[in-house]
Design a protein around this ligand. Structure first.
Ligand code: PFF
Length: 433
């Protein structure tokens, strides 16, 4: 069995944790969820929630990992033997999430290629729906994306995971700044900025509140053991709270910049920001095709999306990988081969649910919709709920061990025991409707 790894530096840990947080959730999901929920007012609510309520489970998950120095199943088991099945739910969630997250990764690869040869496309909506419903090509791309994430994970913490994040994250930041500058220089760009930053309080409602909360949990990668596993590789960190704020601040900055990159462009071309998941794959390519150097800008955008998806994808694989390695005493390469096989076996039929297997429905949802619903609406919040209850009520973790400021420590204790569990129960109940 491989020796248990530790972070080579604090910087490596922070970049990798930010790499996990900044993903499709920020650049693909955040702008369209914001577009569907009223723009600026959604952003304001989101920022408040992410800095208050979400801070608590994020710190808690990293802390439990650091405290136990074990992967998910071992961590729960070391708290109480009977909690083992709850621990196992985390890597299972990771595998299920990867099966649909990596499909979008495959689409991104296609759009990187297409950026160089999009001349023949007339109707981007039509192109997107016919591409995703093809039986073979999207499957190959999904497999390629799974392979890439598994490959970096198999190389280990130092030579794979840290290295990939140290390369992809600065690249992502550079491309994002470049695209933001271009977007801000488009005609009527201020309309997009107004949409993002001028709140319309009449749009405030409970549905939007829950959408913001769900988005915040998803984007911070809370609830499937990825952060617990990353936390378990920390040997000594007296400034965990600072690290958590750095992760939250960076993740939010990336999401806001993604909005500043997308909305001015959308408004500049007289399009609507509420077109849902197609915003990035239909609306934006249409815009790219109409601006000078569109091919270059389009490829830069999809490379950016790719960097974000890979670094998050790696963190999704690392949780189950660490569990296999430490529970079954096998090598990382063996664990990753097993994971590649399992994820592919779930992802292939899920990819086909846009075409060949479109008729296969679970609770009236296609396989892709069902996996997205099951993981984002139920399993992620449920795992977080369990861990908060375990830490707050069973372990009785005292915030003062982690947070120096007495008042903040008290708020942390109260939030962990009451506020976060109640918010999560509301989220799960609303998600079930
Ligand atoms: N935070 C990632 C994103 O915003 O795309 C998604 C994600 C990664 C969720 C890892 C959960 C996770 F454990």
């Amino acid at each position: 069995m491989d020796k248990r790894p530790v972070w080579t530096s604090k910087y490596a840990f922070i970049v990798t944790a930010i790499g996990s947080a900044v993903g499709l959730g920020n650049i693909w999901r955040f702008p369209y969820v914001m577009g569907q929920n009223g723009g600026a007012i959604f952003l304001a609510v989101y920022i408040i929630l992410i800095c208050t309520i979400c801070f608590i489970p994020l710190l808690n998950e990293l802390y439990v990992g650091k405290l136990t120095q074990k992967e998910c199943v071992g961590a729960y088991e070391s708290i109480n033997k009977n909690l083992k099945p709850l621990g196992a739910l985390n890597p299972v969630t990771g595998i299920l999430i990867s099966a649909f997250y990596f499909i979008v990764g495959g689409w991104i690869i296609n759009y990187i290629f297409k950026s160089f040869s999009s001349a023949g496309i007339k109707d981007y909506g039509q192109y997107f729906s016919s591409f995703i419903s093809e039986p073979v090509y999207p499957c190959i791309l999904t497999l390629l994306f799974i392979f890439l994430c598994v490959f970096f994970t198999a190389r280990g913490l130092k030579n794979g995971i840290e290295k990939a994040n140290k390369i992809f994250m600065p690249m992502l930041a550079l491309i994002l700044v470049f695209l933001v500058i271009i977007s801000l220089n488009l005609p009527d760009a201020q309309k997009g900025l107004e949409y993002m930053f001028k709140p319309d309080f009449s749009k405030l409602n409970s549905h939007m509140l829950l959408a913001a909360l769900g988005q915040a949990f998803f984007t911070l990668s809370i609830g499937m053991g990825a952060l617990l596993t990353y936390g378990s590789y920390i040997k000594e960190d007296k400034t965990l709270v600072k690290s958590v704020y750095t992760i939250i601040l960076s993740d939010t900055t990336f999401a806001i910049l993604a909005g500043i990159m997308i909305f001015p462009a959308v408004f500049s071309f007289g399009m609507l920001p509420d077109s849902g998941a197609g915003l990035v794959f239909v609306t934006l390519p249409k815009i790219f095709s109409q601006i000078p150097f569109g091919n270059l800008i389009s490829s830069a955008f999809f490379i950016l999306l790719f960097c974000a998806a890979v670094t998050s994808g790696i963190s999704i694989v690392e949780g189950p990988c660490a569990t296999l390695v430490e529970r079954f005493k096998i090598s990382r390469v063996k664990a990753c081969t097993i994971l590649f096989t399992i994820i592919s076996l779930i992802a292939i039929p899920t990819t086909l649910s846009f075409g060949l297997l479109n008729g296969l429905k679970i609770f009236d949802k296609t396989l892709f919709e069902f996996l997205d619903f099951l993981t984002s609406n139920i399993m992620l919040p449920l795992n977080t709920l369990f861990l908060c209850i375990i830490s707050g009520w069973y372990l009785k973790i005292n915030g003062q061990i982690i947070i120096k400021n007495k008042m903040s420590a008290k708020l942390f204790n109260f939030g962990l025991k009451y506020i976060v569990p109640i918010a999560l129960i509301c989220l799960i109940v609303a998600g079930l409707k």
